[in-house]
Design a protein around this ligand. Structure first.
Ligand SMILES: [Zn+2]
Length: 421
């Protein structure tokens, strides 16, 4: 087996390995930078926050960030090893052979079984990491509210959701790849677009209520305040709700759920407990900014564009023997081609990540500007300081690490801009 694998390897094998090595070492390098930078600034609270955040909280944030980053490095290396074992190590080939004993090798069901078993394996391997993150790191820093029982229930529900929502989609995609002719990638794209839009409706309506409890917002002072803000912004909501995020974590956030012009507004209970009504209003004004400035639609449109290009590329690759053999697979079927593409494409697209975060940070600044014009900037600053402190987010990220990964601008930059508003 090892010998036959070695003879298949080609130029693409080395391209893939070089890209994987480059991506993984870049990740580790960025993590190293982040750890060094955060540690170097652990000794003093940055001047912007000096009178709002105590030194002890700043140091807790530094230690928490370092702990998470170190653990992320182990996760990155492990992920790269698993990817090599699956591909060049021959695990996908072996799985394809095992399933071929019970299912016709070219059939959709064989393809679905191979893909589902790889995803199931990846999910199973990620469980110990999730356990350590929640019951190790989050617990140590006092953020965890999850019990082991709830964790198990969440995993089981997650499996049900993945099977109910994922398997039918996979079968439809594989069927189109097999039956829709040379333009299958275009039809698959159309299905994925419709599916994503459908999910925007289904997830908040049917999936999230299965994991969390949503109750109407009771606090009348806050209700009135929020309704005045909504009227000022010309936003019609389909109700104000509170979600019991506190049963899993003490981290706080606010978000929207729903589709179209009439949306439900959902607050984390942790947010309501921690922030004063004017601060909640300012945070909501920021979220309304994202909606009013079409950030959600724009991001979705960009993702659909990337999806179309990716599927076009996949359409070119699935017929090429070198693509399969270069990745350690001799069972050349469309479904295995799809699987290899899903696994390997992120290695190559990793270096485009800063572009995505750049756009996201631009949107954050725009939403802040919107919030400033519809509520008070000082309240948003107050709310952000509280959230940074409660979430132990570092106030001193490494600039390069931040440019690569952070969807939000660094705290100091963001608050400095709000203060000039
Ligand atoms: Zn935002």
């Amino acid at each position: 087996m090892a010998y036959s694998l070695m003879t298949m390897f080609n130029a693409f094998t080395w391209t893939f390995l070089a890209a994987l090595l480059a991506a993984t070492s870049t990740r580790l390098w960025l993590s190293q930078r982040q750890i060094r930078h955060v540690r170097a600034h652990r000794g003093a609270v940055p001047p912007t926050f000096a009178d709002a955040i105590p030194l002890a909280a700043h140091q807790k944030a530094a230690d928490y960030t370092v702990a998470k980053t170190k653990f992320g490095m182990i996760d990155n290396v492990f992920g790269a090893v698993i990817l090599v074992v699956l591909t060049l190590g021959g695990l996908i080939q072996w799985l394809a052979e095992q399933w071929a004993r019970v299912l016709a090798p070219e059939s959709i069901w064989h393809g679905a079984a191979v893909i589902a078993s790889v995803f199931a394996l990846q999910a199973a391997l990620s469980l110990p990491f999730a356990l350590y993150r929640i019951f190790g790191i989050e617990e140590r820093y006092g953020f965890n509210r999850m019990t082991l029982k709830l964790f198990v229930i969440d995993v089981l529900k997650g499996i049900v959701v993945a099977v109910v929502l994922g398997v039918p989609l996979l079968v439809v995609v594989l069927w189109l790849m097999n039956a829709a002719g040379s333009l299958w990638w275009l039809y698959v794209w159309a299905v994925l677009v419709v599916y994503s839009l459908f999910m925007q409706l289904v997830v908040p309506m049917f999936i999230m209520p299965w994991f969390n409890k949503f109750s109407p917002l009771q606090d009348q002072t806050l209700v009135e305040r929020v309704e005045r803000l909504l009227a000022r912004c010309g936003f019609r909501s389909r109700g104000l709700y509170v979600m019991d995020g506190s049963k899993r974590s003490s981290h706080g956030n606010a978000f929207f759920a729903g589709v179209g012009a009439s949306k439900r507004i959902v607050f984390f209970d942790t947010l309501i407990q921690r922030l004063d009504p004017p601060e909640v209003e300012a945070v909501l004004a920021h979220e309304l900014g994202h909606y009013k400035l079409n950030h959600i639609k724009k991001t979705l449109a960009i993702h659909f564009g990337i999806m179309l290009v990716s599927l076009f590329v996949l359409g070119l690759l699935v017929g090429e023997r070198w693509f399969y053999e270069g990745l350690g697979v001799s069972s050349i079927t469309l479904s295995v081609g799809l699987l290899l593409f899903i696994l390997v494409a992120p290695v190559f697209s990793f270096f485009l990540h800063p572009l995505e975060t750049l756009l996201s940070r631009k949107h954050e600044f725009e939403a802040d500007a919107y919030a400033t014009s519809h509520s008070r900037a000082a309240d948003l600053v107050q709310a952000l300081v509280k959230l940074y402190q409660d979430n132990a987010s570092t106030l001193t990220p490494d600039p390069v690490h931040s440019a690569f990964y952070d969807s939000h601008p660094p705290a100091a930059v963001r608050i400095a801009r709000l203060k000039t508003a």
